[in-house]
Write a protein that binds this ligand. Sequence first.
Ligand SMILES: C[S@@+](CC[C@H](N)C(=O)[O-])C[C@H]1O[C@@H](n2cnc3c(N)ncnc32)[C@H](O)[C@@H]1O
Length: 222
Amino acid sequence: MSQDQWSSVERYIVDAVVGADPVLEAAIADSAAAGLPPIAVSPNEGKFLHLLARAIGAQRILEIGTLGGYSAIWLGRALSSDGTLITLEAVEKHAEVARKNIARAGLADRVDLRLGRALETLPKILAAREGPFDLIFIDADKPAICDYFEWSLKLARPGTMIVVDNVVRTGKIVDANSADASVQGVRRFYQMLASEKRASATAIQTVGSKGYDGFSIAIVNG
Ligand SMILES: C[S@@+](CC[C@H](N)C(=O)[O-])C[C@H]1O[C@@H](n2cnc3c(N)ncnc32)[C@H](O)[C@@H]1O
């Protein structure tokens, strides 16, 4: 198996079941034009998140890590007109691009972008009693995943789904001695899950245009 094969199979899947989407394609193009890194979820992963949100009837969604708003558009499209997605972004330029992409997608009325470091924004969301959320998508800086998961539990209810992206990292997570802070952040997260009684979790490995990685899914216990 090679990267070329993963990419061509992903293209085949996307052509078959995701299809052309000018709004999402423009979001990616404008993000690239503005110099944002190409680290949004892939189209089939974006649709997967969208389907997860629909499957659980999510009407309050929290996303940590907006970038150019690509996954926020996918998730926002799962909401009914009175649903809300709060998405957190630390970098002003990313937030600016995302706001435009979200507005072009017709989702400005239900996607609420909060600019600032997530660990400063999350306590404000809790204090303002803006939870509980039905679905939480953690996709920001990986060394802080455990902190984000802990905050997610505070902002959850029994049954809340918490998805964490990039938890395989080309398989490097099995290297206990890795010097990569993201790998160590993900390893601490698995250790946390191993003893976490408040949620039940698994992780799935993925391959595609973004390489070899994976995501975890947890459900908050009653
Ligand atoms: C992988 S990208 C998000 C991709 C996006 N979810 C998508 O799929 O379209 C991670 C984002 O998290 C943001 N980020 C990193 N550290 C952060 C922090 N401490 N607080 C909030 N956002 C942060 C980065 O600036 C970046 O835009």
